[in-house]
Structures are given as structure tokens and as C-alpha cells.
Design a protein around this ligand. Structure first.
Ligand code: AMP
Length: 519
């Protein structure tokens, strides 16, 4: 089934209901949004000459046009290739060429950087810049009915954020994304026509994927006027629109919560905040629940199994009296309903509850491979399972706790040390705003533990204090041998800490940010 059928159905059944807002202003009802997608589809097929299965890249900031380009391309039977708007134009050009995109939708503010580089992406024959006459002409094309697509056909080439190496294009099919959508309703949240989803995180990633359940439910789609994540703006939108939900990375949740707390805002306009994409520390989610109430759901997923590996439900997060509540807050919850999740050893044999190994997934939401990369596909899909590269353990009730990415585990004196465990402890110090723990090469131990600490405003914590804190909570051999106090941690465009850069800095290659104090 073509994913654009979700929009076509919403327009047929709920044509008069509000579909797209810019800020608190209504732009299109469902009938209007579907008409725009159908016209874009007509333009892409009949004027630009694109054929079923051709790739259409979206290098756009979050905007109302993002939704119509996305659903318009699907309506035409094409495959979308969303590219994070914060990527360097050269990285975007790499993806355009790798995906062999035939057309490109681009936001005006991004065109000056990328258009001069299109010589390195010769497959791109048509560029539609939003706000220009060319884009408006596309909307004037004769509409088409939604093209016929099979479940196994590609819908979205999802380029991984690539904290190491070149990005890889996950081939996401209609079947995968429909399974993801079904899991949203069963494992994340119920949605109906009164609800609104706000695109505060990049639409090229989780926020855009979660447009699907909101399209299926004919809910409202809200683009913040800033096109980005701005806590004060979001608080205003929640007040103005009510029943607002969003997908946010843990770093965004932390910023939103601190704004709500400091401004004394009423969180009542927020319905559900789905967080994931990186580790949420226990201190942070405890605080979020205390400040905003039971409005949170956690998901764990990756491009290879989009948004859908495990979930920690609102009810589980709210169950404060449960004897395992603290441990559950530190977990990523239980397998979502349409996937099998297990923890396996290095040979792929399943491990008993409580033992640490690699997280594996299988089911309809799991990818069939990476675009034009059979070697990486064969490394990642083995024995019928997706090897996630994440290390964790599952308890006897099925709650999965992630330790770290396998490549981030520190091996010191032959013992495995999981940075997350040390980070959780250091974050309980009131003078620590952010922390990242990595391994540095050490001739005697193989690796030694180093903590990069971003102090909060106010008195900087001393090393002796941090050391005492670690000694009070974790085994001696795990505590950092060195601390570096820095102004900020290097992060990629999705807010994930780039541990590779921190390790490179320790190995004497480039420095992430100038350390204020080094030992
Ligand atoms: P991406 O494919 O860019 O979405 O990155 C996926 C990776 O982000 C996963 O393999 C995990 O390492 C990490 N991740 C995603 N969700 C969570 C979560 N809820 N908690 C901890 N790490 C997460």
C-alpha cells in the first residue's frame, strides 16, 4: 500500500478538518493538503518525467512544504530521501549522488550552499525551491490519483546520522513504516482528530516518521514558525493549540523542562512527549516527570528498525510505587508489539535474562538492507536478525536496559566498563550539567576511563568531589582516572554526543572544545 493513501483517506473522511498549521495559523484542511499532494504528484510524474521508484531528495528546514513534498512524492509512487538540513552542503551532495536522486526539493535558505555543488550529483535533473515560481507551478499541475505501490516497495531512504564514517541509506519500505505506525497506536499513544503533532525535531528523522500515525488519525500537523526547537515557542503553541504531542531527543526534553520550570508555565497543553534517539539519564526523566507530570513515553529505535524496538509507556513511567520503578526509568522499556527483541552473545546465541550482550531485532519493521551497500547489509543482518550495535540486558519481565553502543564500551584491564553507568552517577552531582565518558588508550590497562564534564553555571565541581561520588556508587576500577572540564560536548546534528571526536581529542588529534582545565 502507498503511504499517501493515509492522506487520501483522511481527506475523504475528514476533508474539512484542520491539517496543517504554521504556528497557530491554520494553512490547510485535509482536503486542501491532499489536493496539493496530488498536484505535486502530477507535476513530478508528468512534467518532471519521474517514474515509479525514482528518488526525490528533500533538503529542507521544517516547513509546511515539507509535508506536501513528502506526501506528494509518495502520492506519485516515488521514494523520498530526506536530508538533515543541518548537514554540510558537501555531505548533502554526497547523499544526493549516493541515492541517485532525480529531483530535489530545497528550502531557499539552503540553496546557496548546495546548488553550486550539484555538479557532483548529476542524477539531479529537477530542483524545486520552495517559495519560487517553479514550486508554485508544480502546485498548478494536473492532479493524479495515488500511485499503486506494493508493501515491499521502497518509501524512504533514511540516511543514518553516522556518528562514525559515511552515512548509510536504510531502505525503508511501505510495510516497515506501516508496522511502525501500527506500533505507535499500540505501544506509544492513542491519537485522534483532536490531537496535534508539532515538528520541533528535524522532519528528516523521527519527527517526520511520526507524521504517519498523525496522518492516519487525521490529527493536526503543526510547524513551529521558527522551524526549529525553541522551548518558549513550544510552550506558547501548547497553550494556543492544546493536545500537543511531539517527538524530542532527550537533550530537547531537558531544555523544555527547564523552561517550563523556570517560567512557571502550565504544561496542560502538552499531551504526550515521546523521547528517544539517545540515552535519557534517570535524573533528567525524574525531573521531567516532576515538572511536567505523566506526559512522557520513551521509545528506542534506529533507522534500521525505525522508531520501533522497545517502548517505555506512560503508565510504566508513572508507576512510582512499583518496586522496580527506578530500574525501569533507566531502561528503554519492553519490546514493541510488532517486533521480537532479544539479547545475544557474539555468536548470535540468545542470552538468559540479566546477561549483557548485543540487542537484536526481527519483524516487519526491520530493514531488508542498506541502499547500494551489500557489505554493510550483510554485516548488520545476520541469521535473520538485525544486529543493532547496541549493548544491553533484558530482565525477567522483558525490560531492556541499554548499556552503550558496542563501540563505546571501554575495556580496561580485561573488564568491560559501560560509560553510561558512570555518566548516570556523575550527573547526580548538582554542579554537572552534561557528561560523556570515553576510553583513552593506555599502555598498561588497554584503555583508561576519562570523563568530559560540562559544569553548570556556578561553582565548578572539584575532581575530588566527583571521585568521592563515584566511589560511593560504583566499583573502584570503573571510576574515571582523568576529568576534563569543557564548555560543551561535540554533538551531531541530531544532538547525539560524538564520542569519536572526544576519543580523537584524547589520542592527540583535534580538540573538541578547548578544555578549561586538564589533568
Ligand atoms: P539513528 O539510527 O540515528 O536513529 O540512531 C539510533 C541509535 O540511537 C540506536 O542504535 C541507539 O544507540 C540510540 N538510541 C535510540 N533510542 C534510544 C533510547 N531511547 N535510549 C538510548 N539510546 C537510544
Amino acid at each position: 500500500m502507498n503511504l499517501a493513501q493515509l492522506l487520501a483517506r483522511a481527506a475523504r473522511v475528514h476533508g474539512d478538518l484542520p491539517a496543517v498549521y504554521l504556528g497557530t495559523s491554520l494553512l490547510h484542511d485535509y482536503r486542501g493538503l491532499a489536493a496539493r499532494a496530488a498536484a505535486i504528484a502530477g507535476g513530478l510524474r508528468n512534467r518532471a518525467g519521474l517514474a515509479s521508484g525514482d528518488r526525490v531528495a528533500l533538503f529542507m528546514t521544517n516547513s509546511p512544504e515539507y509535508l506536501e513534498a513528502m506526501y506528494g512524492a509518495w502520492w506519485a509512487g516515488l521514494v523520498i530521501v530526506p536530508i538533515n538540513a543541518k548537514l554540510h552542503p558537501r555531505e548533502a551532495a554526497f547523499i544526493l549522488d549516493h541515492a541517485q536522486a532525480g529531483a530535489l526539493f530545497i528550502s531557499p535558505e539552503l540553496s546557496a550552499g548546495l546548488l553550486p555543488l550539484l555538479g557532483s550529483a548529476p542524477s539531479v535533473r529537477h530542483v524545486f525551491e520552495t517559495g519560487t515560481g517553479g514550486y508554485r507551478a508544480l502546485l498548478g499541475a494536473a492532479p493524479l490519483p495515488p500511485a499503486s505501490r506494493r508493501p515491499e516497495d521502497l518509501a524512504w531512504l533514511f540516511y543514518t546520522s553516522g556518528t562514525t564514517g559515511r552515512p548509510k541509506g536504510v531502505m525503508q519500505t511501505n510495510r516497515m513504516l506501516l508496522a511502525m505506525t501500527a506500533c505507535y497506536f499500540s505501544d506509544v499513544d492513542a491519537v485522534d482528530v483532536r490531537d496535534a503533532t508539532v515538528y520541533a525535531a528535524p522532519m528528516s528523522h523521527g519527527a517526520g516518521l511520526y507524521s504517519l500515525p498523525h496522518m492516519m488519525a487525521a490529527a493536526r500537523h503543526v510547524i513551529p514558525e521558527s522551524g526549529a526547537f525553541d522551548p518558549a515557542e513550544l510552550a506558547g503553541l501548547a497553550r494556543g493549540l492544546d493536545r500537543l504531542s511531539m517527538f524530542a531527543a532527550p537533550t530537547m526534553v531537558k531544555r523544555l523542562v527547564s523552561r517550563i520550570e523556570s517560567a512557571g508555565d502550565d504544561p496542560a497543553g502538552f499531551k504526550t512527549i515521546v523521547y528517544g534517539g539517545g540515552p535519557m539519564y534517570v535524573e533528567d526523566i525524574r525531573n521531567a516527570l516532576a515538572v511536567m507530570g505523566d506526559r512522557f513515553v520513551q521509545i528506542y529505535g534506529q533507522g534500521e528498525s525505525p522508531m520501533t524496538i522497545t517502548a517505555l509507556s506512560r503508565r510504566q513511567l508513572a508507576d512510582r510505587g512499583h518496586p522496580r520503578w527506578p530500574a525501569r526509568l533507566a531502561s528503554v522499556g519492553v519490546a514493541q508489539s510488532q517486533v521480537e527483541v532479544r539479547v545475544a552473545d557474539a555468536h548470535g546465541a540468545p542470552l538468559p535474562a540479566g546477561e549483557i550482550g548485543e540487542v537484536q531485532v526481527r519483524g516487519d519493521v526491520v530493514m531488508g538492507g542498506y541502499w547500494r551497500d551489500p557489505d554493510a547489509s550483510a554485516r548488520t543482518l545476520r541469521g535473520g536478525w538485525l544486529w543493532t550495535g547496541d549493548v544491553g540486558l533484558m530482565d525477567d519481565e522483558g525490560f531492556l536496559t541499554l548499556k552503550d553502543r558496542s563501540k563505546d564500551v571501554i575495556i580496561s584491564g580485561g573488564s568491560n566498563i559501560y560509560p553510561r553507568e558512570i555518566e548516570e552517577v556523575l550527573l547526580t552531582h548538582p554542579g554537572v550539567a552534561e557528561v560523556a565518558v570515553v576510553g583513552a588508550p593506555d599502555p598498561e590497562w588497554g584503555e583508561e576511563v576519562v570523563a568530559f564534564v560540562v559544569p553548570r553555571n556556578g561553582p565548578e565541581p572539584t575532581q575530588a568531589e566527583l571521585d568521592r561520588l563515584c566511589l560511593a556508587h560504583i566499583a573502584r576500577f570503573k571510576r574515571p582516572k582523568r576529568y576534563r572540564f569543557v564548555d560543551a560536548l561535540p554533538k551531531n546534528n541530531y544532538g547525539k554526543v560524538l564520542k569519536t571526536e572526544l576519543k580523537a581529542a584524547l589520542a592527540g588529534r583535534n580538540e573538541p572544545t578547548p578544555p578549561k582545565e586538564t589533568t
